[in-house]
Design a protein around this ligand. Structure first.
Ligand SMILES: *[C@@H]1O[C@H](CO)[C@@H](O)[C@H](O)[C@H]1NC(C)=O
Ligand SMILES: *[C@@H]1O[C@H](CO)[C@@H](O)[C@H](O)[C@H]1NC(C)=O
Length: 382
């Protein structure tokens, strides 16, 4: 039975075991299957006829053999006809062979043309390697709805706050969490942006609202981890996939796990630095549902600091949390603010002939600088 469909925009350069069947359209596949079924029956029928001929040497056998097999053995293709029903019945179950999934939220904004432009070259670099395990969120949802085993494991979306000035910074009311903004030239038609129904900000409520959205998507479409990354961060997609598959357990074992490059506050809270960090779906739910916008505001640092505040929110949990420390295995780099710097570093990350590969890199394990401004050892950290 066909349980997989080829994703939209499937790149023919990447093959996987089940793809061979999928490239042909459903109609063609069905037709081919029918022909196969007919063929099998025809052979079976001929075998029976042959036996019959040998046994009785009756001349009648040659007359019946001219009747097409499918008229003698009418059998509709039941499995294909009932596929819709079958899919619905089991749609809520994760397949046993489930692979870990992660939502990749790339923080962007329409506030300035330069950020709109960043999306263009991000799409052309690390989002454009042809790996079918990474896809647009809309494509992932499409695959989940029609497919027991989506090929895509890492859906991505650009996160933009588009609620306007009359909306709060942190989503905490009954209004929808996402909106479709009115057409404008900045709303590019790539179908890969998520517009949060809040006022735009860097440090204030955008991440909490994103994780609220992520928790919702996670429970609807089976996402195990939710990642936030900046639009000046360049991850290595292959190392990201290896990390997900080797280190991050899928549901139901994805509990109370978060990670990133270690950063700390004076208040002894450690957290994943803002360039790239992730939370398991239950933790995304915790910080966005167990805490209200008011709780989050009172927990926030002054001035508000997106990643450090996230650390404070997470540590309100009353169970032990598992932190995946990526300081010694950082598979991304960040702080590439111009297209040229971004593209140059991306080609270096890809370069197989570099004497010293760019990634993974070992980050300074304890970032002293902001903790001990007058530190006598090494102000840049260890
Ligand atoms: C989160 O809230 C739910 C009820 O909404 C409660 O059952 C649960 O214990 C809370 N979890 C934490 C960690 O506070
Ligand atoms: C994180 O890993 C680094 C490098 O291995 C280590 O030095 C540091 O102590 C670790 N920090 C935490 C909080 O686990």
């Amino acid at each position: 039975m066909v349980r997989h469909i080829a994703p939209k925009g499937f790149s023919s350069t990447v093959q996987s075991e089940f793809y061979n069947d999928l490239i042909t359209s459903n109609n063609k596949t069905t037709r081919r299957k029918r022909e196969k079924v007919k063929g099998v029956f025809a052979i079976g029928f001929l075998a029976i006829v042959t036996l019959f001929t040998i046994d009785s040497s009756s001349p009648k056998a040659s007359i019946t053999s001219s009747i097409p097999a499918n008229e003698l053995f009418p059998l509709s293709d039941r499995s294909l006809q009932e596929m819709e029903k079958y899919k619905q019945e089991y749609a809520h179950e994760r397949p046993l062979s489930s692979k870990t999934t992660m939502l990749l939220g790339i923080f962007s904004t329409n506030d300035d043309e330069k950020y709109v432009h960043r999306r263009t070259y991000i799409r052309e670099t690390y989002l454009n390697t042809g790996d079918p395990r990474i896809c647009k969120l809309s494509e992932y949802i499409h695959q989940r709805e029609y497919n027991m085993h989506p090929i895509c494991q890492v859906p991505y979306t650009f996160i933009i706050a588009a609620g306007g000035k009359h909306r709060p910074y942190d989503h905490d009311d009954k209004e929808p969490i996402t909106i479709t903004p009115k057409k404008s030239k900045r709303i590019n038609d790539e179908d890969d942006c998520t517009y949060l129904n809040i006022r735009e900000s860097m440090e204030d409520g955008k991440s909490a609202t994103y994780f609220k959205f992520g928790a919702e998507i996670a429970s609807k479409y089976g996402i195990d981890y939710i990642t936030k990354l900046d639009d000046d961060t360049i991850p290595s997609p292959t190392m990201l996939m290896d990390f997900i598959e080797d280190e991050l357990p899928p549901s139901p074992f994805n509990r109370r796990i978060f990670g990133g490059r270690v950063w700390t506050t004076k208040a002894n809270i450690y957290y994943g630095a803002g360039a790239f960090y992730f939370l398991s779906a239950d933790l995304a739910h915790h910080i966005s549902h167990n805490l209200s916008a008011k709780d989050r505001k009172s927990l926030s640092h002054f001035p508000k600091t997106e990643d450090a505040d996230m650390g404070k929110f997470l540590f309100t949990h009353d169970r032990p949390l598992k932190f995946v420390n990526l300081s010694a295995h950082q598979f991304w780099e960040h702080d590439f603010k111009t297209e040229e710097a971004f593209r140059t570093r991306w080609s270096e990350i890809l370069d197989p002939n570099r004497k010293e590969p760019r990634l993974p890199r070992r980050a300074k394990s304890v970032p002293w600088k902001h903790l001990c401004p007058n530190d006598i050892l090494n102000p840049d950290g260890l």
